[in-house]
Ligand binder design. Structure first.
Ligand SMILES: C[S@@+](CC[C@H](N)C(=O)[O-])C[C@H]1O[C@@H](n2cnc3c(N)ncnc32)[C@H](O)[C@@H]1O
Length: 347
């Protein structure tokens, strides 16, 4: 049985056991169950999709500058406890730990995927399975859009059923819990109710130190998700997320307004989300580009052509991080305990 067969079989078994399952349960099995998409880290050029830390290490270095500023605004706790949730293969964690090596930090990488925990161990990081209490800064990069959610379409809840062996979508009257979460009239189109992201925000609020910051970086929009639920495999969009569970990512953009409201209900201040383009520019992206141009010119002048080509290619790759059509459109949402100021990269 292949990896994705195991996930598909687990989905079928759940439906046979207790009837049509919610989209959240489907995601849980297809992404995180045995044979699920995240059993092994799928991120990277050789994998299914690329995230910012895999594009260029300048991402970690600028994010590190942002975390440094948050640490200053927190009054420079020593040790400064930083927790990264959903650390994947540890690319970002390893680079951030290097970038912040001069600070008294205690860095915890949290991962639920066994394969990702092995990858983290390979770069010298012993991952935790659960978020520790008392972190001064909690951050998550591309986590929220992969947390299980419930789904409404045309005012009805989407559930996954079987037609023979084939997975099919059925629509049922939403239950009271879902209607409560919806908190308003039933929209006619597709509505994502981010139950997993809400549970995550609740847990962070309970475990964050006071004072403390939470930085959430993800795809999405404000007041909407910014696009339909979809899959992702081998760097391509998969339109039907039911087609081969376990073989593709399943995701929807984050509605940052919903997350901000949830955080506010837990006494956290939610600053208006900014684009990654804005945040990285404030943290010095353009200054870094100028520096790289000067390095390239110097390499050319001293007849180090191959190095100059490498510098050019790295710089050109890094522009994806701020490209409004690419990773630059991601949003950075900062939450804070009461009374903390906004850092320069958010203001
Ligand atoms: C899209 S990947 C992003 C990985 C990495 N942050 C990056 O940007 O390359 C999402 C990661 O979050 C992990 N994850 C999902 N739910 C989690 C949870 N509740 N706690 C910890 N990790 C989780 C997955 O296993 C996966 O490695």
């Amino acid at each position: 049985m292949t990896v994705s067969d195991r996930a598909a079989e687990a989905v079928r078994a759940a439906i046979r056991d207790h009837g049509p399952i919610g989209f959240d349960e489907y995601m849980e099995l297809a992404l995180y169950g045995p044979g699920g998409f995240y059993e092994e880290p799928p991120v990277g050029v050789e994998g299914d999709f690329v995230t910012s830390p895999h594009v260029h290490e300048v991402f970690a270095s600028l994010l590190g500058a942002g975390l440094r500023e948050l640490g200053r605004l927190l009054g420079g706790p020593s040790p400064m406890r930083i927790t990264e949730v959903g650390a994947g293969d540890g690319t970002l964690a390893a680079e951030l730990r290097r970038a912040l090596a001069d600070l008294p930090i205690e860095y915890t990488a949290v991962e639920r995927s066994p394969g990702a925990r092995r990858a983290l161990q390979a770069v010298g990081i012993e991952a935790a399975e659960d978020m520790p209490a008392g972190s001064h800064i909690v951050f998550a990069h591309e986590l929220l859009d992969n947390l299980p959610f419930r789904l409404l379409r045309g005012g009805l809840e989407v559930r996954i059923d079987l037609d023979g062996d084939r997975l099919v979508e059925v629509r049922v009257e939403p239950d009271d819990e879902l209607l409560q979460l919806l908190d308003g009239p039933r929209p006619p189109g597709e509505t994502v109710l981010p139950t997993g992201a809400f549970a995550f925000v609740d847990l962070v609020a309970a475990r964050l130190a006071d004072p403390g910051y939470v930085l959430l970086i993800d795809y999405g929009a404000v007041g909407e998700t910014g696009g339909p639920v979809h899959g992702y495999r081998a760097h391509r969009i998969v339109e039907d997320p039911l087609s081969d569970p376990g073989s593709a990512d399943i995701t929807a953009g984050v509605d940052f307004a919903r997350i901000s409201r949830r955080a506010a209900s837990l006494a956290l201040t939610a600053y208006p989300p900014v684009t990654q383009r804005h945040a990285l520019s404030r943290l010095g992206f353009e200054a870094w580009i100028k520096q790289e141009l000067a390095r390239q010119a110097e390499q050319l002048e001293s007849s180090r052509g191959v190095e100059a080509v490498r510098t050019w290619s790295g710089r050109s790759r890094a522009t994806l991080l701020v490209d409004p059509e690419a990773l630059g459109r991601m949003r950075w949402l900062l939450l804070a305990t009461e009374g903390l100021p906004a850092p320069s990269f958010i203001a």
